[in-house]
Design a protein around this ligand. Structure first.
Ligand SMILES: *Cc1c(COP(=O)(O)O)cnc(C)c1O
Length: 390
């Protein structure tokens, strides 16, 4: 019989009663160190007091009014995002895929308003993930996810990630934009080289293409900068943000500069829920913490120490792990053994992580983890690795 919940996920038989900081408490009484963070969503861990307070305070005042009216909390968060990034304007939605849908619409509208409606094609890269709506699936071009869902939304061309020659060759008079994740998440924790990001900016300028970065997973402090592209010293024209920005409350945002968004006028886009007071209260609370330069410096420091320890772990266990990859606290271990087995072994020791493509396990801890929690995770990985080969 079909389960009441549509069985689209391969769920573990594991559920939780509560969480605190980096720890999750399971219904069977076990405690887990949660370095999956709800897939890079619980950016400040579970039940961060500042976020809980913001949510509770707002819950007693006002939840939702719709975008028929001004939403002061939304204006506040938009202003903060604008002040701390390349962007001049922000559209709020409820998820990463919606943020990407908005980014794609902004890119096409820009070209169309400039008198180039034919420039609706977008170059994306292999190994990308942009969400599960029909258009974001077409953008990523992953055949496995598109299979059976009818005609693939048109307008996307794909080139290998990191290859500038092929990207240049793919540009036609119909190309209007480029979409790239500065650090691929689902694709296996693959950071773009900083030089690649700079060259993308240059080629976009050369052909008047909009440069769109999908920072749904790598943004909001995850790499030790507020946004990952800051490491390269270049800015996109449009950026999709979600996951960590809500700290666990569903929200997404599409940020754009003035040039890109000039044609996004009244009536061009909308969302019933997007940017409602409850979501915005939490988003503002997340920003209170993560936009602090001292907080970001701490993320960077913890991440660098973690990297060194992971390198040693890999060196000690060459039959299990092959390589450390990533940026900041968006880390991956490329495995020798099947990543599913590694994930299970970690979990048996009490550590939760996430799988990814290329036989990688993703380590996406809360951004405010302590050195002690890092050490605890390394110890669990070590024990798991030893058990896997014994
Ligand atoms: C998770 C993710 C998305 C999709 O976000 P949803 O909230 O699941 O719609 C898009 N892009 C990237 C890079 C992601 O990691």
């Amino acid at each position: 019989m079909l389960p009441a919940v549509m069985p689209t996920y391969n769920r573990l038989d594991l559920s939780f009663t509560h969480g605190k900081g980096a720890y999750l408490y399971a219904t069977d009484g076990r405690r887990y160190l949660d370095f999956a963070s709800g897939i890079a969503v619980n950016s400040l861990g579970h039940c961060h007091p500042h976020l809980v307070k913001a949510l509770k305070d707002q819950a007693e005042k006002l939840w939702h009014t719709s975008n028929l009216y001004r939403v002061p909390e939304q204006e506040k968060l938009a202003k903060r995002l604008v002040d701390s990034t390349f962007a001049d304007t922000v559209f709020f939605g409820n998820s990463g895929a919606e943020a990407m849908e908005c980014a794609i619409k902004v890119a096409r509208k820009y070209q169309s308003a400039k008198g180039h409606p034919e420039k609706a094609r977008i170059i994306a890269v292999e190994g990308a993930f942009h969400g599960r709506t029909l258009t974001t699936l077409a953008a990523a071009g992953n055949k496995k996810y598109l299979d059976g869902f009818g005609p693939v939304a048109g307008g996307f061309d794909h080139v290998p990630f990191g290859n500038m020659n092929e990207l240049r060759n793919a540009i036609t008079p119909e190309t209007g934009a480029i979409i790239v994740e500065p650090v691929q998440g689902e694709g296996g924790i693959r950071p773009a080289s900083l030089d690649y990001l700079r060259q993308l900016r240059a080629v976009a300028d050369e052909y008047d293409l909009l440069l769109v970065f999908d920072e749904v997973q790598c943004g909001v402090g995850r790499t030790g900068k507020l946004f990952a592209h800051e490491w390269a010293g270049v800015t996109p024209d449009v950026m999709a943000v979600a996951k960590g920005i809500g700290g666990g409350f569903p929200m997404g945002a599409c940020l754009a500069n003035e040039k890109a968004a000039a044609a996004m006028t009244y009536g061009t886009h909308g969302s019933t829920f997007g940017g409602n007071p409850l979501a915005m209260a939490v988003g503002n609370a997340v920003m209170d913490v993560v936009s602090d330069p001292a907080f970001l410096a701490q993320v960077d420091k913890v991440a660098r120490d973690y990297w060194v320890k992971l390198e040693k772990l890999v060196a000690r266990n060459p039959a299990v792990f092959e390589q450390v990859r990533g940026a900041g606290l968006m880390l991956g271990l490329k495995c020798v053994l099947p990543n599913g087995d590694v994930q299970t072994a970690f979990r048996n020791e009490g550590l939760l992580i996430v799988g990814a493509a290329e036989n990688v396990v993703r380590i996406l801890p809360p951004l405010n983890i302590s050195a002690t929690e890092v050490d605890e995770s390394i110890q669990m990985m070590e024990t798991a690795a030893q058990k896997l080969v014994s």
